[in-house]
Design a protein. Structure first.
Length: 178
């Protein structure tokens, strides 16, 4: 019996921002200050990764180095923990999940947002709203997909247009500490 395939996005926040000393008092994570003195929403050191699997829980353990496997990109990170940002379940085969993964990689590169989490969520929203993700892909309307956001779901079944990053500093801290 084959399991349904899932597409997932994980994020990683180091215990300390790259190049910083001790964490700031009160546990608040540093923000980037722009040249004009305003504060950017971008959080330094945050990484994301998109992949496909038929067993998301096992795959996350591989990325965190608990069991053998995991992508080279994720296994080289130290001092933090990978956590799910979202999981899209219900793909009938690895091919259709792979087509969505391919599209998400291309969509994310074209977005120009300062927050990588918002980039990933906006790419997911755009991909879900497409009629087909590739010329040979089945129509999105024919797929029965479910969207899971383990750290708190943005309004609606998929991230709303112009979403604001829904991960608070406390959630980033918990990702780094637990």
């Amino acid at each position: 019996m084959n399991k349904a395939w899932s597409l997932y996005c994980i994020y990683w926040k180091p215990l300390r921002a790259r190049g910083s000393g001790d964490p700031p008092p009160g546990g608040a994570l540093p923000h980037v200050v722009k040249r004009d003195g305003s504060i950017s929403k971008r959080r330094p050191g945050l990484l994301t990764y998109v992949g496909i699997t038929n067993d998301p829980a096992r795959r996350l353990r591989q990325h965190n180095g608990e069991i053998a496997g995991g992508a080279k990109y994720t296994t080289r990170t130290k001092g933090g923990v990978w956590k799910f940002l979202y999981i899209v379940s219900g793909f009938p085969n690895s091919s259709s999940a792979g087509q969505w993964e391919w599209r998400l990689h291309r969509r994310g590169k074209r977005l120009n947002r300062s927050c990588v989490v918002c980039n990933r969520l906006a790419a997911l929203r755009q991909t879900a709203q497409m009629e087909k993700v590739t010329a040979r892909a089945p129509p999105n309307a024919s797929l029965v997909l479910s969207y899971t956001f383990p750290n708190g779901e943005p309004a609606g079944p998929i991230p709303p247009k112009g979403c604001v990053c829904f991960l608070s500093d406390a959630q980033y801290q918990s990702a780094a500490g637990s």
